[in-house]
Design a protein around this ligand. Structure first.
Ligand code: CA
Length: 224
């Protein structure tokens, strides 16, 4: 998933971003509301994690502005106070969910997962099978013919994205947008490198799960 994290407290932002990245998410971080609105207009995010109290524009203002522009991106609001008022106002401003600080990182992850499950993209069930390949989307594990495959968080994220779009030809730009973050260099061949790694781990000398469509991108196909 590609996540926009809006948090002005540097140490908190660093910690949350690090944790999300370790779970295979691409994370862009900004520290004020005005930058958040700007960035959200230029990139497509799967989720916005939005602190309520921010310089320049508050989380509420950011949320209202996104919705008034027709941006339906799921918003998870972070609030330092446990005041019911804040939550009501936040939800009324268009937030989809909220989390009160301090929170357990595991809860943040679970809520991000829940929000992305509601997205338009076809969602994978907890257990997904495609020919010889099987995924558990909750534990982020993969198997080929019942044998567990060791994947890094990013490799898993790429594989899950390809599975979600199974059969479709997916451009490198789309993959970058959903699996990498703003630090992705469009001139690099990092996506091709990751696809090669996945093929090495998954294919085991058999017909590849991931087909290259020259000049167009990649396509996950069911192999049996
Ligand atoms: Ca804050």
């Amino acid at each position: 998933m590609r996540i926009l994290l809006v948090e002005d407290e540097r140490s908190a932002a660093r910690m949350i971003a690090k944790g999300l990245r370790e779970h295979g998410h691409g994370v862009d971080v900004v520290g004020d509301g005005a930058s958040a609105v700007e960035l959200a207009a230029t990139a497509t995010y799967d989720v916005v994690v939005l602190d309520l109290l921010l310089p320049m524009k508050s989380g509420l203002e950011v949320c209202r502005e996104l919705r008034s522009k027709g941006d339906a991106v799921p918003v998870l609001m972070l609030t330092a106070r446990d005041a019911v008022d804040d939550r009501i106002v936040g939800l009324d401003a268009g937030a989809d969910d909220y989390l009160t600080k301090p929170f357990h990182f595991g809860e943040l992850l679970a809520r991000v997962r829940a929000l992305t499950r509601r997205r338009v993209l076809p969602l994978l069930p907890e257990r997904f099978e495609c020919g010889r390949l099987a995924l558990n989307t909750r534990t982020q594990e993969a198997w080929v013919e019942g044998q567990p495959i060791e994947l890094t968080a990013r490799e898993y994220a790429l594989l899950e994205y390809l599975c979600r779009r199974k059969g479709a030809v997916i451009s490198r730009e789309e993959i970058a947008e959903h699996v990498w973050d703003g630090r992705y260099d469009p001139c690099s061949n990092v996506i091709d490198v990751y696809v090669q790694r996945l093929r090495r781990k998954l294919d085991r000398g058999q017909r590849s799960f991931i087909r290259t469509r020259r000049g167009a991108g990649y396509q996950l196909i069911g192999t049996s």
